[in-house]
Design a protein around this ligand. Sequence first.
Ligand code: NAD
Length: 302
Amino acid sequence: MATIGWIGLGNMGLPMTKNLITAGHSVRGYDLSESARSAAEANGVTACTTVAEAVAGADAVFGMLPNGKISKEVFCGDGGVLEFAEPTALLIDSSTIDVASAREIHEAAQQAGFAFVDAPVSGGISGAAAATLTFMLGGRPADTARAKELVEPMAGNIFDCGGPGNGQAAKIVNNMMLTVSLQGAAEGAVLADKLGLDAQTFWNVASVSSGDSWPLRTWYPVPGIVETAASNNGFEATFSAALAHKDAGLAQAAAADVGVTLPGAKVAFESLQKLMDEGYAEKDCSLIIRNIDPQAPGVPQE
Ligand code: NAD
């Protein structure tokens, strides 16, 4: 069994480390937040107060952090992982970050003689708790093969997506498609209602027709149709507008980097931006239906 250093014990890091411990690994965890460290300690993590302490003697080090800037600081900055990890440790970043930052960390890690894998996940907090996350790995084949074994206790699916940064690329493209499909499902729900269709009847048609999509089946933004939808619960977040906005923004930036325009993704991004601007960052991303019809059923009224 391995000793694992873990940086970032938030909503995702907490249940993920719990599953590693259940699988018999020992985890040394660091987070800036004292309450995050205490919660992890209650799950069996050895709480550490510096990155150096968390990575000491570790066979592998994971990051589960908010964004690319922070991942770069934690891995490559002063007092960071590259400075203190054991030379043989496998370094894995499971944060969702921009492809360019992921590739910079790969480059720095390689120059410092480390094996590094980008390994973002899909499946949210519930998938983290249930150990059913989808992992998208990017790195050299020998390194992703090592990473596969380590992420297994947290995973439902594991994909080797190719070279450095390709895990992040797959994650960003997937989530970009998700936001576009969500925009379509929300517009469809409103138009169906305005044309006089019963919501359940229309959903029954679309879910077995060409209008079907993952958000239609999982997040339909009309209450009482789909059990897992946030619309049943005042749009309390299952996947917050802030996180969806972050991922949609990463796709916009990636598209600009490679010189393509994505008109549909831009509409979805702007719709999420409007929710952010109007104070709904912590509500569910499916509340974008509010931008189409502020009076839609289930939409919280001021
Ligand atoms: P979170 O904000 O709950 O956790 C991030 C943790 O990192 C916090 O506890 C914070 O204190 C800590 N942190 C920040 N800077 C730090 C630093 N310099 N050193 C040490 N700790 C630091 O976020 P989360 O929901 O756990 O998400 C983590 C990552 O996973 C993000 O990149 C997110 O996009 C991705 N993700 C989240 C979900 C989800 O549904 N929550 C799903 C898939 C992927």
